[in-house]
Each structure stands twice: as structure tokens, then as C-alpha cells.
Design a protein around this ligand. Sequence first.
Ligand SMILES: [Zn+2]
Length: 391
Amino acid sequence: MIKPIVTHDIHKKDNPKVLQEKTRRITDFECEETRNCVKDLNDTLDQLIKDEGNKRGAIGLSANQIAYPLAMSAVTLGDTRYMFINPEIIEKRGHDRLFRIGCFSLYEYRAMVRYNDDVTIAYYDPDGNRQTIDLKGDRSCVVQHEMDHLDGLLLFERLEHKEKDLFVPREALYKDGKVPLRNHGKIFELRRKLGLNKTISAPIWYSSLFNDYSDYVSLVEKTSKEYRTMLKLIEQYTPVNGKILEAGNGIGALSVYLDKKGYEVRCCIEDDDMRELAQRINDQNDSSVSYVSGNMTSLPFEDKAFNTIFSYEVLETLDDAALEVALLEGLRTAETYIFMVPTIKLNANTLKGNERLRTREAWEEFLNKNQFEIVESNEICDGGYVIFAIK
Ligand SMILES: [Zn+2]
């Protein structure tokens, strides 16, 4: 029988106890409870796979997730269904490493959890025969996650660094291929409810994005209209093989893309971890962007060292004084400054991070007041973003 999944809502106090209590070892393989549990676990996991797919070649469900307090997990590895009854790790050969995992009982989350990546598990099959299996990588992770369930441990209780290892997954946040940063607010909100620190580590955040799009072409061309619009403008204002600076870069995907198109590209960011991650992405894409440490309000470059400087969803985090300095600095080092910022039209009720949202008109007023010449001003995404080119 297909059973409903028992879920845990972190915003509530009266959650079902079955997920947070250690399950009972099975001693009688013939009894009705055991046999029903085997059947219901199989049926329910079949349905989940039908609904969700078996995206990474391994997917599992534990008995307490369908309200049986028994030490039993169903796991599909490739095309094979295993029923792990009373499982235990009998050998660890690999390294403990962080895996990015999700859970049907905490559906809106992903977390980074550390598991050994090469283990031997001993378990009983539904006929009561003792078996062993060697598991590596994702398979090792999935089975150990199910074993956590059997111990009554949920995802968020396994976080090593509560301050940074919790996510809301891309798919829950990014509807219609829109860019991620806009929804930082939602993450802040969820983290606040969990009692975690308000800020999320950018490298961890981007790592999760990068896991899904290790290929810069996919990232730039397939995910986001904002990226494409931004690129068009950068190319319009930069001569062939010209020099470009990205100030306050994130993942640096646009820079990698521009490098591949023959431009000479540098990125400048203060955060060491973020710079390291961008460098890693650059290296993996076999690209030659150079990464420099520096603050947007005092760029470590000569006057007019670049044709174009651009910033992608970062200037809205500066206060007016810093913003003016950053724009002046940008135009000292380059002829044209192209930047994209979210506006107040952008789903404002989900943005509770450090963005300072204003209307397009307010942006224009700010730029005019400070005597920047607006040479382009384009609204995109129904006015949710505006892209400026200024001189
Ligand atoms: Zn789970």
C-alpha cells in the first residue's frame, strides 16, 4: 500500500515523534507488521520514483518515514531495489566528505552532511538472511542517510556547521529559470525560523548552484535571460578582444563566458572564499580569467585599465555613499560601467536580505543626481530588474 510520507515541519513544535525516535530492530521476519512494512515501503518508494525520478542513481525511504517504527529502509541503487533491515556499517574504507542531500521528510531543504564515501554495510534481507554490500560515493551517502533515519536523526540535526550548511534547493526557489540571488530573502527567513545566523556563506550557496551547472555554457545560456541581456550590452560597449573587469563577482560565470569569447577579463572581489570558488570554476572550464583581491570602492587598477566594467546583482547591497564611490571607482578604471540591479518590483515580499530595492525611477534619479550619464537603461523580467550602462 502506498503510504503518506511523514514530514517534519521545522516551524512547528508538535511534529510526529516517529521520525525522531530510534527505530526498533526487527527480530521476527515473518510477522504481519514486518511483512506489511516491507510491502508498503516498496510500494511507496515505487510511487516516489514515479513522481520524482531517481535522479542520482540512488534513492531511499525509511520505515519511520511511513510511520512504522522499524529498522528498515528501502533503497533503489541503479535498477536494483534493496531492503536494508537492521543495517550497520561494518567497515569504512573511504574518506569522510560532504554530500549535498535532500530528504522526503524535510522536502524544502538540502543540507551538506558528512559521510564516509566507501563503506561496507551488513544487513538482513526480508527473508532474514544476513547480507553485506560495498557502497561508494552517492550510494554510500544515500544508505547512510537512511541509517540516520533509523537512528531517529533528521537532516538538520546532522549539520556540522549550522551557520552555513543548510539550503533551500534551487528547484524550490528558482521558478522559470530566474536567477538565484533574488531569493536570498527566503533563505534568510527560513534560517531565521530555524534560529540560525541570518547570513549564508556565498561560496556554499554558489557551490550548490555550481553542482547543478558545472558547465558555464549551461549556466549562462540556459538558465537566465538576465545573463543574456547583460552579455549583449557588455559586448556592445566593448571592442573585440577588449578588456573587461567584473567587480564584486559571484560565481564569475559571465566572466568565464566572456573570456571564452576572446575578451581579456579580470574579476575583483574581496571575499577570499568566493574568489577561490570562482577561480576553481574558471579552472574547471579551462578558462583564463584572472582573479584579484579588492574592494569595489577602491579598485586596485590604473585609470582606464579597462574598456568596460560590469557588476551583476551586487550594487544594490551598498548604501548610497558607498554606491557613489563604487560607481566613480568603476568609471575611473573603465570607460563604461554596466550593472544590473533588482528593483522594488521584484517579488519584494520574499526579499528580506541585504538588498536595497528601489524603483527604476529612483535608480535613475540617484544616477542623475550624482552626475552619471545614463547611456542605456533596460528593464527586464517585467521590471524586476534594470540594467544600466553609465559613463
Ligand atoms: Zn530522508
